[in-house]
Write a protein that binds this ligand. Structure first.
Ligand code: MOS
Length: 755
C-alpha cells in the first residue's frame, strides 16, 4: 500500500519509516537471552508467594502461621499482624501522578478487612519458590464473614449514572432520541450483555525487588515505569530518585500492567521485611485474583431510521461495574457519538459497585465491548431495512462529528469499506440468512466498524550523536513486544540520515528521560514527537559546530536548506559527515533533548480538542462457518482495513492489528471470566478453563492500512494498539446472524446459544 507516503519518500529521502523492519529485540527474545523480571539472579535471592482470601467480604479474626513457618526453607510469613506498614494508597487524582497507578485502595497487610474473594492477605518468603508456595497453602486464616454483593446480573438494575470527568464523557445528548425512535419508520431496540474478561499475558506479573538502605531496585514488566516509580516512592516513603525501575522486556500486558497491583507492592514489602532480595512471580491464578480485568456490561442500543436508512435516532446506554475498592468507568458508549450521522443521539453510562476486585484497563476499554453492541444493532437495522450493511453505514457516514459538528482530523471509513469490500469479495455475499453453505457448515459474512480515539502525552527524549556517527535514543518508554523501540529507531535513522544499524534505542529504565505509559495507543506518537524535536535540535547543534570551523563546507549554508543523509548534513553535493564535523571540533559526542513541557502540552491538547475529533478507525470483515448440527462457530476468513495514519513499520503494525483481531475473536467466541455468584470466587482462573483462542482457532488474517498521514499527529501517525480489537466481536456476531438467522446478543457466542 502506498499512497501519499510515496511522495513524502521522494522529497525527504525517507528510508526506513514504513518498512517491514524486524524487531530489534526479536533476537534476544527468541534466543532466550532476554531476561524478564522473574529471571534476575541476586545473591541471597528469596522467593515470595501470596495467600488469597477465601471470602468476598469480612474480617480476618484468626491467623495461624505455625504450619507454614515449619516448612523447610521458609524465612518469613507476613500477615496484617506482623507486616511492616506501607503508606496508604493515595486516592486517584489527575493532579497526583503517583495516584494514577493505584490499582485498588486496599493497604495490603495493614488491614484485617477483606474486600474481594482472592484479595492477598498474607505473603510467605522462602529460599525456593516451591517452599514459598507450599507454605502459602498452609497459612490458616479464619474469617468473620459479612454479606457480599457480587452478582452483576442481579445488581445491574440498581446502577447509578456515571459522572463525566475531564477525560471521559459519560453522557451526551443531541435532540430527542426517544421521541425520534418512537416515530421512526424502521427501528431496532436491542439489549446486549458482555461478560467479564481477564488479561492473559504470556508473562504473568512478576517483580524482583532489591533494597539497599533506602535505595530500591525493581525489575518488573510494566506499562508505566514513571507511574510505578512514583507510586513506590509514595507507598514506601523513600525518595523517587533512589528508586530504579528496570523494565526492558514486558511479556505482553494489554492494560493489565498499567497500574500497581498487590504482587509488586508485596514483593517490595517482603524484601524490606526480610532484608533479602525478593522475587514474586504470580501464578496464572494469582493474576486473576490481584490484577483487575475488564468490566462486564449490559447495553441497550436502539436505532431509528427512515425508509432510506437515514438514522433519525441513536440511543446507546450501558451499565458496567467497578470494585468497591477501586476501578473506574470504561468508555462503553463513546464511539457511538462519532460513527453515525443520526439526527438525535442519546448516550448514557451507569455503574454499580460490587464486592469484587477493581476493574482496570484492558485493550480498548469501553470501545471494544461498546462497538459490539452498536455495530450489532446497525447490522440488525440493515436486515430490517433489507439493505446492505455497508450501504447503510455509508448512508450515515458523517462529514463532521455528529454530536457537536467538530471536524474529523482524519476520517477514511468510506475508503476502508470500499477497499475491504473489494478485497474480501463482499459482492459474492447472498444477503439472505442461511443461504450460503459448505456441506454441513452454514457460511456467513459480517462487517463492523472499528474506532478508537487518538491520544498523545508529553515525553522526554534525548538523542546522542557520537563522533563515530552512532546515534543513541534515550527514553524510559515501555516495550511490551509491539515494536515500540524499533519504530523509534527507524524514525531516528531517517531524521538523522544514518543507517538503522547505527541507531541504538535505550528504553525500559527509569534512569532515562521520562516517557508516558504504554497505554491508550499513545506511546509511539508521544515519543516520536519528542524524538523528532530532539533530532532537529541535534542537527542544529551539529550545524552550529560546523560553522565555527573554517574548513567546513557547511559554513555558508542555512540549516533549513540542509538534508540529513549518508551520515551527515548536505545540500546537494556539498556537506560532510557527522563524524568529520565532531572529530574536527574535538568533540566525542553531541546531545540534544526534545519534549514539550506539561503546560504547553496541555494548551495544545485543549486547542486541538476544541477543533478536531482524532481517531483511528477501520472496517472489519469476517466470514464464519457455523455447524448446522452442533452450533460450533469457526472463523474461516478475516480481513481488516484500517485508517491508522502513517504506518512506521509495516511488519510490527500488522502484528499489532492482527493481535487485536485475535483478542477480539476470543472476546466474541470463547473468553469469559466466570464468577461464582454466591461466593464471588473466580472459578476459571487458568488457561485451561478461560479459553483464549489458540492457533487452530484463527484463520489467516489479512490486514491492510490506508497509510495516509493524519496531519494533526506527529509524523502523521495514529496509534495501532487498540483500534483493531474494536468491532471484532460485532463482525463475528453479524456473520453468525447472516449464517444462521440468529442474532446473539450475549457474549461469548458459544455453541449452546445457537442450538
Ligand atoms: Mo491499554 S488498555 O491502552 O494498556
Amino acid at each position: 500500500m502506498t499512497t501519499k507516503y510515496a511522495e513524502t519518500e521522494q522529497k525527504t529521502g525517507v528510508k526506513y519509516v514504513g518498512q517491514p523492519i524486524d524487531r530489534l529485540d526479536g533476537r534476544a527474545k527468541t534466543t532466550g537471552e532476554a531476561r524478564f523480571a522473574a529471571e534476575h539472579r541476586y545473591p541471597g535471592l528469596a522467593h515470595a508467594a501470596l495467600v488469597h482470601a477465601t471470602i468476598a467480604r469480612g474480617r480476618i479474626v484468626g491467623v495461624d502461621t505455625e504450619a507454614a513457618r515449619a516448612v523447610p526453607g521458609v524465612i518469613e510469613v507476613l500477615t496484617h499482624e506482623n507486616a511492616p506498614a506501607m503508606k496508604p494508597p493515595p486516592s486517584v487524582s489527575l493532579l497526583n501522578p503517583s495516584s494514577l497507578a493505584t490499582g485498588t485502595s486496599v493497604n495490603y497487610l495493614a488491614t484485617d478487612q477483606v474486600h474481594w474473594n482472592g484479595q492477598p492477605v498474607a505473603v510467605t518468603v522462602a529460599e525456593t519458590p516451591e517452599a514459598a508456595r507450599h507454605a502459602a497453602r498452609l497459612v490458616r486464616l479464619t474469617y468473620e464473614e459479612l454479606p457480599a454483593v457480587v452478582d452483576f446480573a442481579s445488581e445491574e438494575p440498581n446502577a447509578v449514572p456515571q459522572k463525566s470527568s475531564a477525560l471521559q464523557s459519560a453522557a451526551a445528548t443531541k435532540g430527542d432520541a426517544e421521541a425520534a425512535l418512537a416515530a421512526a419508520a424502521v427501528s431496532v431496540d436491542l439489549h446486549f450483555s458482555t461478560p467479564p474478561y481477564n488479561h492473559n499475558a504470556i508473562e504473568p506479573h512478576a517483580t524482583t525487588a532489591v533494597w539497599d538502605g533506602d535505595r530500591l531496585t525493581v525489575h518488573e514488566g510494566t506499562q508505566s515505569i514513571a507511574w510505578l516509580r512514583k507510586h513506590l516512592a509514595l507507598r514506601f516513603g523513600v525518595p523517587e530518585q533512589g528508586i530504579r525501575v528496570l523494565s526492558p522486556y514486558v511479556g505482553g500486558a494489554f492494560g493489565g500492567k498499567s497500574m500497581v497491583w498487590a504482587g509488586t507492592l508485596l514483593a517490595v514489602l517482603a524484601a524490606r521485611a526480610t532484608a533479602r532480595p525478593v522475587r514474586l512471580a504470580l501464578t496464572r491464578e494469582g493474576v486473576y485474583h490481584t490484577v483487575g480485568g475488564r468490566t462486564p456490561s449490559t447495553q441497550r442500543v436502539a436505532l431509528g431510521a427512515d425508509e432510506d436508512g437515514r438514522m433519525t435516532a441513536l440511543i446507546h446506554t450501558s451499565v458496567a461495574r467497578t470494585g468497591r475498592t477501586g476501578g473506574g468507568p470504561e468508555q462503553i458508549t463513546a464511539a457511538s457519538g462519532h460513527l453515525y450521522d443520526a439526527q438525535n443521539i442519546r448516550l448514557r453510562q451507569s455503574l454499580v459497585q460490587l464486592d469484587l476486585l477493581a476493574n482496570t484497563y484492558m485493550r480498548a476499554p469501553g470501545e471494544s465491548i461498546g462497538t459490539f453492541a452498536l455495530e450489532s444493532a446497525v447490522d440488525e437495522l440493515a436486515f430490517d431495512l433489507g439493505m446492505d450493511p455497508i450501504e447503510l453505514r455509508m448512508r450515515n457516514e458523517p462529514e463532521r462529528n455528529p454530536l457537536d459538528g467538530k471536524r474529523f482530523a482524519h476520517r477514511m471509513l468510506r475508503e476502508a469499506y470500499a477497499e475491504g469490500a473489494e478485497r474480501f469479495g463482499w459482492r459474492e455475499r447472498d444477503p439472505r440468512p442461511g443461504s450460503m453453505r459448505d456441506g454441513q457448515w452454514l457460511v456467513g459474512m459480517g462487517v463492523a466498524t472499528a474506532y478508537h480515539p487518538a491520544w498523545q502525552m508529553p515525553a522526554d527524549v534525548t538523542v546522542r550523536l557520537g563522533a563515530d556517527g552512532g546515534v543513541v535514543v534515550r527514553c524510559a518508554m515501555q516495550e511490551m513486544g509491539m515494536g515500540a523501540a524499533t519504530v523509534q529507531a527507524q524514525i531516528a535513522a531517517d531524521e538523522m540520515g544514518v543507517p538503522l544499524e547505527s541507531v541504538r534505542v535505550e528504553y525500559g529504565d527509569s534512569e532515562l528521560p521520562d516517557a508516558p505509559g504504554a497505554g491508550g495507543s499513545m506511546q509511539t506518537a508521544s515519543v516520536a514527537a519528542s524524538l523528532v524535536d530532539a533530532t532537529r535540535k541535534l542537527k542544529q547543534a551539529v550545524h552550529a559546530l560546523a560553522r565555527r570551523s573554517p574548513g567546513s563546507p557547511l559554513r555558508g549554508l542555512r540549516p533549513a536548506d540542509l538534508e540529513a543523509r549518508d551520515g551527515g548534513l548536505y545540500q546537494g553535493g556539498t556537506g560532510e559527515t557527522y563524524a568529520e564535523i565532531l572529530t574536527r571540533a574535538g568533540r566525542d559526542h553531541l546531545e540534544a533533548s526534545g519534549g514539550t513541557g506539561m503546560i504547553r502540552f496541555l494548551a495544545k491538547t485543549l486547542r486541538d480538542r476544541r477543533r478536531w475529533v482524532k481517531a483511528a478507525s477501520g472496517a472489519q470483515f469476517c466470514e464464519v462457518r457455523v455447524n448446522q448440527d452442533t452450533g460450533e462457530v469457526r472463523v474461516s476468513r478475516w480481513l481488516g482495513v484500517f485508517d491508522v495514519g502513517r504506518v512506521i513499520n509495516a511488519k510490527t503494525a500488522a502484528g499489532q492489528l492482527r493481535g487485536g483481531i485475535v483478542m477480539g475473536i476470543g472476546m466474541a467466541l470463547s473468553e469469559e471470566t466466570l464468577i461464582d455468584h454466591r461466593t464471588g470466587r473466580i472459578v476459571n482462573p487458568s488457561l485451561a478453563e478461560y479459553h483464549v483462542p489458540v492457533h487452530a482457532d484463527i484463520p489467516r488474517i489479512d490486514v491492510h492500512y490506508l497509510d495516509d498521514p493524519d496531519p494533526t499527529m506527529p509524523l502523521g501517525l495514529i496509534g495501532v494498539g487498540e483500534v483493531s480489537i474494536t468491532g471484532v466481536a460485532a463482525a463475528v456476531a453479524n456473520a453468525v446472524r447472516h449464517a444462521t438467522g440468529r442474532r446473539i446478543l450475549d457474549l461469548p457466542i458459544t455453541l449452546d446459544k445457537l442450538l
